[in-house]
Design a protein around this ligand. Structure first.
Ligand code: PGA
Length: 255
């Protein structure tokens, strides 16, 4: 499948930012700026506390709701956790799973990522599975090994149909929040490697339909050159998604 057949997916990961009123203000401003966009899937991922308010603010718009994490169990004695049925209930279509900050600070592993991915899929949520190498790993030539480990670990046991309900986000850890973006060529190299892995594990047809986002210091200034690469199908945006204007410019990368 040609890249042009894959709908670009641009997601804003707000991380630990925005009160409810700030979230609604940002969403309301964004909604107006991207109202005419019909060829890009637009997603915002507010913190849990703002999900319901943002759901109401995006009603009847072209913006979709995502959470930033999910727990693998549906219910029970798991103090502090939020489950896939709860996220579905609040109006989420997507959930980010295995973000490098969760791997780094909250002991997320490939196994827990895989359990969360399966829980999300079981309840009709689309997982955005994050993968990416650290700087030392890149510098010591381990990038492909790390990416293979994250991709195969995160997607283990998924059917082709389940895989195609997922998005993979390649986020080199050294580019997240650092202002240091991967070059378009560096991003393309890893995206094409990921598509190759999934071609082997599934088929060329399945791999060619999967959306692979790039994340790590995506800004209005670099979005279109990254998106021009043949295997870069979208962006997972942190810092630049906290302002309506800059996120809208990224969403409109091709205008
Ligand atoms: P950044 O974050 O755009 O602030 O680098 C990206 C991410 O962590 O998803």
């Amino acid at each position: 499948m040609e890249k042009t057949m894959r709908t670009p997916i641009i997601a804003g990961n707000w991380k630990l930012n925005k009160t409810i009123s700030e979230a609604v203000a940002l969403t309301t401003a964004l909604k107006a700026l991207v109202a005419e966009v019909s060829d890009v899937e637009i997603i915002v991922a507010p913190p849990f506390t703002a999900l319901a308010a943002v759901r109401d603010a995006i009603a009847d718009s072209n913006i979709h709701l995502s959470a930033q994490d999910v727990y693998s169990e549906d219910s029970g004695a798991f103090t502090g956790e939020v489950s896939a049925p709860m996220l579905k209930d609040v109006g989420c279509d997507y959930v980010i799973i295995g973000h490098s900050e969760r791997r780094q600070y909250f002991d997320e592993t490939n196994e827990s990522v895989n359990q969360k991915v399966k829980a999300a899929l079981a309840h009709g949520l689309k997982p955005i599975i994050c993968v990416g190498e650290q700087l030392e790993e890149r510098e010591s030539g381990q990038t492909e090994a790390v990416i293979e480990d994250h991709v195969t670990g995160g997607t283990a046991g998924l059917s082709a149909a389940e895989l195609l309900s997922c998005v993979i986000a390649y986020e080199p850890v050294w580019a997240i929040g650092t202002g240091k973006t991967a070059t378009p060529a560096q991003a393309q190299e890893v995206h094409s490697f990921i598509r190759g892995l999934l071609t082997k594990a599934y088929s060329a047809e399945v791999a060619s339909q999967l959306c692979i986002q790039y994340g790590g210091s995506v800004k209005p200034e670099n979005a279109s050159e990254l998106m021009a690469e043949p295997d870069v199908d979208g962006a997972l945006v942190g810092g630049a998604s906290l302002e309506a204007e800059s996120f809208a410019q990224i969403v409109k990368f091709d205008q």
